[in-house]
Ligand binder design. Structure first.
Ligand SMILES: [Fe+2]
Length: 316
């Protein structure tokens, strides 16, 4: 899929005026200085979490009680995807690219709300209807809401997608790592499908993209293990519990969302080195061959992990 240049795909600031203070400020992001922008984005994100837990999570609680008792398209999925989108959108903001944050947050939150089953998403239009209705409830005009909600629908036509579409797709694409789709690295996640920073003019920012993928991989693994834990059984406080995991772990990039006042990308990047066996499997193009290679390399993988653990204990 060809990515349109940003100058084409940035949505005009056409969201109708919301009645409350938080959104009125964030709606005027484009007119603010970068430092003010950062504080409005940070503050509004934490204010938005209440809407997420009380108005968006109920759709996924229903999924978890009906077709999704294994929690694939669950609160954990959209919560993580929101965090990933937020980090990416903030990075674009620092680069001078305008992002409609209220729309992005609600779009990623409701992108799977209309599902009636796991597997291939044939309910995108139902989710878009839910998103449109939610936007209208928040003060967005009827036609604008319908148009904006359309960003979560991939209809195969040649429509011009806004930046929020690519961000929502990227957030969803990153969280595919939760699904055991193959023995390759990161459960078969295909890096080339991630549109974030993967377009003309962004090649030099590959390091940040790499770091994001590595952090997401560790975060997904850690949180998937805990998704049935008591702290994630209730919607209230769900996001704060996720933030505690980010805060306790080594997630410099994901940590940019924790502050309610500002955010900063000037941290030192840390790259966990990829195990040799994982690196080898990653080079294999097809899923079947990856399975075969993974099977034969398993003893080496165990041995390598053992050596790495010993080495890290010695170095500590
Ligand atoms: Fe999804």
């Amino acid at each position: 899929m060809r990515i349109e240049p940003f100058s084409w795909i940035c949505l005009p600031c056409e969201i109708s005026l919301p009645s409350w203070k938080q959104e009125a400020t964030i709606d005027r992001l484009s007119s603010l200085e970068v430092s003010s922008k950062k504080s409005v984005i940070s503050e509004s994100f934490h204010q938005f979490l209440d809407e997420y837990e009380t108005e968006i999570f109920p759709f996924y609680e229903k999924h978890e009680k009906t077709f999704d008792n294994i929690r694939v398209h669950s609160r954990m999925h959209v919560a993580r995807a929101l965090i990933f989108c937020e980090v990416m959108a903030r990075y674009y903001t620092v680069m001078g690219i305008e992002v409609n944050f209220p729309l992005l947050r609600r779009a990623i939150g409701l992108h799977d709300a209309g599902r009636q089953g796991n597997g291939e998403d044939i309910w995108e239009k139902d989710s878009a209807k839910i998103l449109a209705s939610h936007l209208r409830k928040k003060g967005v005009g009827y036609f604008t809401a319908n148009k904006q909600a359309n960003i979560i629908v991939k209809d195969g036509t040649d429509k011009k997608y806004p930046i929020e579409y690519f961000l929502a797709q990227s957030g969803d694409c990153l969280d595919i790592m939760r699904l055991p789709m193959g023995p390759g690295p990161k459960n078969g996640f295909r890096e080339e499908l991630l549109t974030f920073m993967n377009h003309e003019g962004c090649a030099s920012k590959g390091l940040l993209r790499k770091q994001l993928i590595e952090e997401v991989w560790r975060f997904v693994q850690e949180t998937e293990k805990r998704k049935f834990a008591p702290e994630f059984s209730k919607s209230k406080g769900f996001m704060q519990n996720l933030f505690q995991i980010i805060d306790r772990g080594n997630y410099p990039l994901l940590s940019t969302i924790l502050s309610k006042k500002e955010f900063d990308f000037s941290f030192k990047m840390v790259f966990p080195s990829t195990p040799l066996t994982t690196w080898l499997v990653e080079k294999i193009p097809t899923r079947r061959l990856r399975w075969i290679a993974w099977f034969f390399l398993l003893p080496f993988q165990i041995f390598e992990r053992f050596c790495r653990n010993c080495l890290s204990i010695i170095l500590d």
